[in-house]
Design a protein around this ligand. Structure first.
Ligand code: PLP
Length: 411
């Protein structure tokens, strides 16, 4: 056997810790209790009132750690600090290791770059035929729409350009991007990304979707966005009514921890699902956040309750300054094998490594095929029990030739 565990990692269903992870709660109002509902629920108000400086962080969070204070000073030269008031309210200021805090409050460790870390870990800039497009796979293309997000994830794989703090000066040219897609008939799938495409106004986004839909070889559109998590107020009925005109349109959200799935988020995702938009989730495996089977499982279950199919679990890219957030591949494999078979198949994401340097996403899976022999494949199940499936080395079902021979003998 390999070193992979086959244990059940179960938290009793009535454990208070598990209950608190799985309960849908509102983010509440926190410091903004006197703001009228009409403003709080307005996504533009949330954007205007983001926490973007060390001074604001210190004001709203007296428990700010020295390493966070230092990190926040540094942020505006690397990847900007930005947190919507809504999302800020999910931080537990009394907990140094709050999983929300680790994701959005910079720490001074971001200044340390390991030798294998890079500013463009997936080699996107070398696969870019025109600015703002990454064309790595034969039939689909990544279309960057903006360099802005509602809040900034400290492990952002695209921090070289996102938020423009590092001076990349990203200027998408939709005309050139669309022209390349028009002239490349092998592309049948366009993935809008950024930055966050849902920061565009409804009108701008609609004009882009309309132009892409007008290209005859485009079959499938999708949007990668963390807005439903950082800014659920943006998911208005008007936005959903617009999006539903561009089907088939899928949406991939990005959530990492069960506490991100609030009642506000559940309602926003419900509006998208009701507009017929299939929803997937992409998580990043992160130390201090979700590198634990019980937490991961609670998150996956909550996603299903929000009608979201867990799509990918990413090994954290080798982005400069992310060592303090990186969980190991071994831990990722251990979590995956503690999930497979132990819970709903629909709940399981595909664990992938986006190959350093630009090879694309590579699936990494616990080993279930123990050996291929001359007459059988040897397998293990989720409990570690061994099973055999008869099959010859050339793939033909064992015994079939023998049966036929005896049949022809009879004839
Ligand atoms: C992730 C990614 C895609 C989409 O890959 P899927 O496996 O189809 O989801 C496309 N292009 C680039 C550059 C990507 O990084």
């Amino acid at each position: 056997m390999t070193d992979q565990t086959c244990e059940t990692v179960e938290e009793p269903p009535d454990s208070p810790w598990l209950q608190s992870l799985k309960t849908f709660r509102s983010a509440g109002r926190g410091f903004w209790s006197d703001v009228p509902d009409s403003l709080w629920n307005d996504w533009r108000w949330q954007m205007k009132n983001r926490i973007t400086s060390r001074e604001q962080l210190e004001k709203y969070m007296p428990t700010l750690l020295p390493e966070e204070s230092e990190g926040s000073r540094l942020a505006n030269t690397k990847l900007a600090l930005g947190i919507t008031p809504y999302f800020f309210n999910l931080i537990d200021a009394t907990d140094e290791n709050c999983p929300i805090r680790w994701q959005v409050i910079p720490r001074i460790q971001e200044a340390s770059t390991a030798p294998w870390e890079m500013s463009d870990p997936c080699g996107e800039d070398t696969h870019s035929p025109v600015p703002g497009l990454v064309h790595r796979y034969p039939d689909r293309v990544l279309f960057m729409v903006t360099d802005r997000c509602a809040s900034y994830c400290r492990y952002c794989t695209r921090s070289r350009l996102v938020s423009n703090a590092a001076g990349y000066d990203f200027h998408p040219d939709f005309d050139r991007q669309i022209e390349y897609i028009q002239n490349t008939p092998s592309i049948r799938d366009v993935l809008l990304s950024g930055g966050d495409p849902l920061l565009l106004s409804d009108d701008k986004l609609e004009s882009l979707l309309r132009r892409l839909r007008a290209i005859p070889h485009i079959e499938f559109l999708r949007i990668g966005t963390r807005i439903p998590i950082f800014l659920p107020q943006r998911i208005t009925p008007a936005l959903c009514n617009m999006l539903r005109n561009y089907h088939p349109l899928f949406l991939s959200i990005h959530s990492n921890h069960p506490r991100e799935l609030t009642t506000e988020v559940r309602e926003a995702l419900g509006r998208l699902a009701d507009a017929g938009i299939p929803l997937g989730n992409q998580s990043v495996l992160l130390k201090h956040v979700n590198d634990d089977t019980v937490v991961m499982k609670a998150h996956l279950h909550k996603l299903l309750m929000c009608r979201v199919k867990p799509y990918y679990l990413y090994q954290c890219d080798l982005i400069a300054g992310s060592s303090h957030l990186r969980a190991s591949v071994r831990q990722g494999l251990k979590i995956m094998s503690e999930l497979r078979g132990h819970t709903t198949g629909y709940a399981l994401p595909q664990y992938v490594i986006d190959a350093p340097g630009g090879g694309g996403k590579i699936p990494v899976n616990p080993e279930y095929v123990l050996s291929h022999n001359n007459d059988r494949v040897v397998l293990r199940n989720y409990e570690g029990k061994v099973f055999e499936y008869p099959e010859a080395a050339d793939g033909s079902p064992v015994g079939v030739k023998l049966v036929r021979k005896s049949e022809s003998d009879l004839a």
